[in-house]
Design a protein around this ligand. Structure first.
Ligand SMILES: Nc1nc2c(ncn2[C@@H]2O[C@H](COP(=O)(O)OP(=O)(O)OP(=O)(O)O)[C@@H](O)[C@H]2O)c(=O)[nH]1
Length: 335
């Protein structure tokens, strides 16, 4: 049974989390579950999104980060992870006061065994950010937890200042987290392929942007690039780990099933990279297409393809044991 990615959606009050979530929910081809956490006793956000969700759970009366037992987050995830629901991903929309590092830890160390961390998407209000979130000398801790930072509401900044504000945010993010991906947009228009697999698969199919199919009639989002390369023979585990640890420039997600040479045997692994979070588990489900898909904004597509081809080429007859050991370490961390 593949593990269900759980994505944390965070952002200061009013930054645009619900707007972004609603866009993701309109993406064709994915069955999404949502956990909505609203701070008040009445879950307003739940009312705003629930109509469009495949499965939803609500946590009210406080922030998941502060409530005892995380407000029942694990119970909610347990319900959503039931195989019969056939969800492709779960998004946890945090309240505006939630602490992203705490939420990331709650997901990472959840007791629910059919889930895996799917990244932390932190939404920023470009116009208010430096008055609300990033006000100190040191950049805020939350940058460290994010895998994808969405600089939203760029329309609220005069055109001639937009680039400078975006650059300033990127600089501050980099001080804490050199590896987070940053996308600037308005009204939460990001490519869903950055966030969950079902959308990524659609993007990867023709290897052409699919963004126009957003389904909401609004302006299209900036396209993500997707590069997919198949694997026909067992690959070198060392090269695979090198790729996961040092993905090509701009690659935010990398996923797929790969056959790995292990002595005279072949082992299959499901591999997922979100930001810099590496997840590797044995793949025992039936035979399907094998290979990797790399997704990111403004990729150097030929360079990414060459790199994937290098990694997914047949392993030498006797690959070193070191690669298997390094891969095993990630397997243990992913268990
Ligand atoms: N001008 C502008 N308004 C936006 C943008 N994105 C969202 N909004 C508006 O900002 C307000 C807050 O957006 P939400 O998506 O509800 O924000 P949120 O982060 O879910 O808010 P809380 O749940 O209260 O923390 C709404 O009125 C949105 O329509 C944007 O890019 N530009």
């Amino acid at each position: 049974m593949p593990q269900l990615p759980v994505i944390a959606l965070t952002g200061h009050l009013g930054a645009g989390k619900t707007t972004l979530l609603n866009r993701l929910l309109r993406a064709p081809g994915a069955r999404l579950g949502v956990v909505v956490n609203d701070f008040g006793a009445i879950n307003v956000d739940a009312g705003l999104v629930m109509g469009q969700v495949d499965e939803a759970e609500a946590i009210s009366g406080g922030c998941v980060c502060c409530l005892p037992d995380a407000g029942g987050l694990d119970a909610a995830l347990e319900k959503l992870a039931q195989p019969r629901l056939r969800l492709d991903a779960v998004i946890v929309e945090a309240s505006g006061v939630a602490d992203p590092p705490t939420l990331a830890r709650l997901i990472r160390f959840s007791e629910v065994d059919r889930i895996r961390p799917g990244g932390v998407v932190d939404v920023i209000d470009a116009a208010e950010h430096f008055e609300t979130v990033d006000t100190g000398v040191l950049p805020p801790e939350r940058y460290a937890a994010a895998t994808l930072i969405v600089v939203n509401k760029t329309d609220r900044i005069p055109g001639e200042e937009r680039d400078a504000v975006r650059r300033r945010i990127v600089e501050r993010v980099r001080e804490r987290n050199p590896l987070a991906h940053v996308v600037a947009t308005e009204h939460g228009r990001i490519d869903p392929a950055l966030v969950f697999d079902a959308a990524a698969e659609q993007a990867a199919q023709p290897e052409l942007p699919f963004a126009e199919a957003d389904g909401d009639g609004g302006a299209p989002h900036v396209h993500a690039d997707a590069v997919s390369v198949g694997a026909d023979a067992p690959i070198d585990p060392g090269l695979l780990v090198d790729l996961l640890e040092e993905p090509p420039e701009g690659v935010y997600r990398l996923k797929g099933v790969v056959p790995v040479a292990a002595g005279s045997r072949t082992r299959r692994y499901a591999v997922n990279l979100v930001g810099r979070q590496i997840h590797v588990v044995p793949h025992t489900a039936g035979a399907g297409a094998e290979g990797l898909v790399a997704i990111g904004m403004h990729l150097d597509v030929p360079a990414v393809r060459r790199r994937l081809e290098e990694v997914l080429g047949p392993a030498p007859e006797h690959p070193g044991a070191d690669g298997l050991r390094r891969l095993a370490r990630y397997r243990r961390l992913s268990a």
